[in-house]
Design a protein around this ligand. Structure first.
Ligand code: ATP
Length: 256
């Protein structure tokens, strides 16, 4: 459902992504797992048609987001890392706005109400978005992305601001989505989240995919048959030695 080949993005002379290739199939939650600055957001924004690549080929259900970003936006639901909404609109006005831009009729309100109840935000229906907490804004952004029941979800660290209950509900929603033959591309730097949610993981580091596969596949590649994903990640990115040195230095400084 998503195909990325040799994706490169430069910001001026700064390298954002450096030859990334992967595919996401129906029924998959593909996790891009990488540290800060690895290129996750850049990759997701290009696939969502929000940023032009320097080179490479991207297809979303066969459509290029570079050539036809409007068609791609109809197929996907995108939740950005930094949620920026219209602060002066109430939650209801914002949903009305999104529904009209997407050309949805009144029947969408039954789905919106179910989502609002699930995420416990009914009481904010008439509150201006600017007065909401960051986590509640995140919930509003998630509902806006799910409103048109897209086949593909592109989620940039979507659990970051959510409380435990909402995170649980969102994870269940993700499972229902892929059981319905949808696909999810998901970015995170949190190992536990990647391990518990993703069917396949691509480890992205310095703008490149270093390894990909199930957690079991990655364990095998890293020669860490019993290690947790953190150990596997440190082995594959060859950061383990550097981390040990840093910890040693911290220990020395603290004992002075
Ligand atoms: P994080 O986990 O911190 O969100 P990320 O993996 O999403 O990181 P990106 O935001 O894609 O990483 O950034 C990849 C690289 O591109 C970084 O070196 C970053 O500094 C650079 N970069 C991203 N956006 C811009 C920009 N608008 N201008 C210049 N450089 C940028």
């Amino acid at each position: 459902m998503i195909s990325v080949k040799g994706l490169v993005k430069y910001y001026g002379t700064m390298r954002g992504v450096d030859g990334v290739s992967f595919e996401v199939r129906a029924g998959e939650i593909y996790g891009l797992l990488g540290p800060n600055g690895a290129g996750k957001t850049t990759t997701l924004k290009i696939i969502a048609g929000l940023l032009k690549p320097t080179a490479g080929e991207v297809r979303v259900m066969g459509i290029s987001p570079v050539k036809d970003p409007v068609a791609v936006k109809k197929l996907i639901g995108y939740v950005p890392e930094e949620v920026v909404l219209y602060d002066s609109l109430t939650v209801m006005e914002f949903f009305e706005f999104v529904a009209s831009v997407r050309g949805l009729d009144q029947s969408v309100w039954s789905w919106i109400n179910t989502l609002m109840k699930s995420f416990e935000i009914m009481q904010y229906m008439y509150t201006p978005i600017g007065a909401l907490s960051q986590g509640t804004k995140q919930k509003v952004a998630i509902i806006a992305a799910l409103m048109h029941k897209p086949k593909i979800l592109i989620l940039d660290e979507p659990l970051k601001g959510l409380d435990a209950r909402s995170a649980r509900i969102f994870k269940e929603l993700m499972q229902l989505h892929i059981k319905n033959d949808g696909a999810i591309l998901f970015s995170t730097h949190i190992m536990d989240i990647a391990e518990s949610i993703c069917t396949r993981i691509g480890i992205i580091y310095n703008g490149k995919i270093l390894a990909e596969g199930s957690v079991e596949d990655l364990r095998r590649m890293a020669n860490e048959p019993t290690g947790d994903l953190e150990e596997v990640f440190l082995a594959l990115t060859r950061e383990r030695e550097e981390v040990s040195h840093i910890i040693e230095e911290l220990r020395r400084e603290l004992s002075r």
